[in-house]
Design a protein around this ligand. Structure first.
Ligand SMILES: [Zn+2]
Length: 262
């Protein structure tokens, strides 16, 4: 044994990657971003402050909602027949929230709420959208987050959508010979430069949303079928954002793990 065995550094293991994010510098607004989430309202709960800030800086935002949120009711008077109606209500609420934020277009993939799976078909659908809209950055959930503390289990739809989104970003969107049927449809490869993961337990980038927290709450309130009218929502969102802001001394922030891909 050598006296001073050199510890493995990140740089010595290519697969481990090298940190490229300066946690002290707020990432600049991308030219364009695609947000990918499982349910209507996920985007508003998690990243609406960042999106609103970026929209006001000129960023073109495409929102992808993988399900219609048609399982979002526990009303004992409602059954399966209510689901198509609820889907329409929730699509409308999502579009309204998008308008408040400054989203240019919202795309629904109409997958089954509560029964979403990370399939090749879903990965292909997301790859097609990334190649079509060519966003500089993509935002999705952190697929590795399963348990938060000891009281919140991450929804399986969130993990499935996040897994499919990450795999669509890399390697599918940028690799010509994956999903070659997309080439036949006219969709050439596109390389996403940055991937922002929200809900990560290892955040390394913070966006100051002090100027857009009110927009975030206004957007969230568009989801009338899901959130009440009361003040507690307002307070809860401010508390979350305060907690996220602490590591960087921001009054309100949203925290991300960022993958720098190019
Ligand atoms: Zn959700």
């Amino acid at each position: 044994m050598p006296d001073n065995p050199s510890p493995l550094s990140d740089a010595s293991i290519p697969e481990r990657g090298i940190a490229k994010v300066d946690p002290l510098a707020e990432p600049p607004a991308p030219i364009s971003v695609m947000t990918i989430n499982a349910h209507p309202d996920d985007q508003e709960f998690s990243v609406a402050g960042t999106l609103a800030k970026w929209a006001r800086a000129g960023c073109v935002i495409t929102a992808v909602c993988v399900t219609d949120g048609d399982a979002g009711s526990n009303d004992p008077d409602k059954g399966a027949a209510y689901k198509p109606a609820l889907a329409l209500v929730r699509q409308g609420e999502q579009r309204e929230a998008g308008a408040v934020i400054g989203v240019k277009e919202t795309v629904f993939l109409h997958q089954p709420d509560g029964e979403l799976q990370h399939t090749l078909a879903l990965r292909r659908d997301l790859t097609r959208l990334i190649r079509k809209y060519k966003p500089e950055a993509v935002i999705c959930g952190d697929p590795t987050a399963r348990f938060y503390g000891n009281s919140y289990m991450n929804h399986p739809d969130h993990r499935a959508a996040a897994d499919a989104a990450c795999d669509a970003v890399f390697p599918s969107a940028g690799t010509r010979l994956i999903f070659t049927e997309l080439l036949a449809e006219g969709f050439e490869p596109h390389n996403v430069k940055r991937l922002y993961l929200h809900g990560s337990e290892k955040p390394d980038a913070w966006i100051d949303i002090t100027g857009t927290i009110d927009v975030k709450i206004r957007a969230l309130r568009c989801h009338r079928s899901q959130v009440g009218e009361g003040e507690d929502l307002d307070q809860r969102m401010r508390e979350w954002a305060e907690e996220d802001g602490k590591p960087r001394g921001f009054k309100y922030a949203e925290a991300f793990r960022v993958m720098v891909l190019e």
